[in-house]
Design a protein. Sequence first.
Length: 273
Amino acid sequence: MTPEQAWQMILRQCHQPETASGHWPPETPLTDDDLAGQLLQLFQPLVTSARTGTEHELSVIAQMGQSLDGRIATVTGKSRYINGKDGLVHLHRLRAVSDAVLVGSGTAAADNPRLTVRLATGPNPVRVVVDRNRRVPDSHHLFSDGAAPTLRLVARNGQSPALPDTLTGGVQEIPCLTGTSGPINPKEVLAILQHLGLRRIFIEGGGQTVSTFLTAGLVDRLHVLVAPMIIGSGQPAFSLPEIDSLADALRPQARMVNLGTDMLFDLAFDARH
């Protein structure tokens, strides 16, 4: 099986499970040359695992692209591109198997991302921007290119949340978030996406948003893409509560995969409720 054949099998298992055929490989060590086997093993838990929710099954994957010294951007916020071509292809594949891809307002405003699938085959996910105070310019790609349905989650300013029952093909602004400052409530965000029938949620960035979901214990899988680069200063990848003992550090099950331009740490957390 070629890597492209493996990828097409993953897409069918994800988006057309009733017509999918083929078998996942056993969880055995793979060589760096077995690219098809690596793909299947990496994406199996993303396609088949889920957390049980009140209305829909829900699974959450997050990713972080960083340098060897744990930086995701320079002091001035420059981050294009820390990861190499193979890491970017993997990022686009994560989008392709997700129902929704989510970013915070800081990342959306600074990077002006498209959050579409361009470096791999597969459908575009619903794009979700957590933008309580409408920081992201309306001219940015997410709100102007019409490439995929886009949700802009903003503060509800004391009013009862007005949640739509269906998704439209354009940009939907939903006044549904509590508070106007400080960390977001990740459970509140996931409940909104559940309400709209979005099942596989991909937290793409930025560092603060991923850290907030991780601190809340709401990440099932975390992919950390490490580039062979030392920046020496800049924005850290993770911002978690301080601990005194290393016994309190997060220690997920880990698997390392050589993607070529980047090293991938595939981290599994027991975060299902």
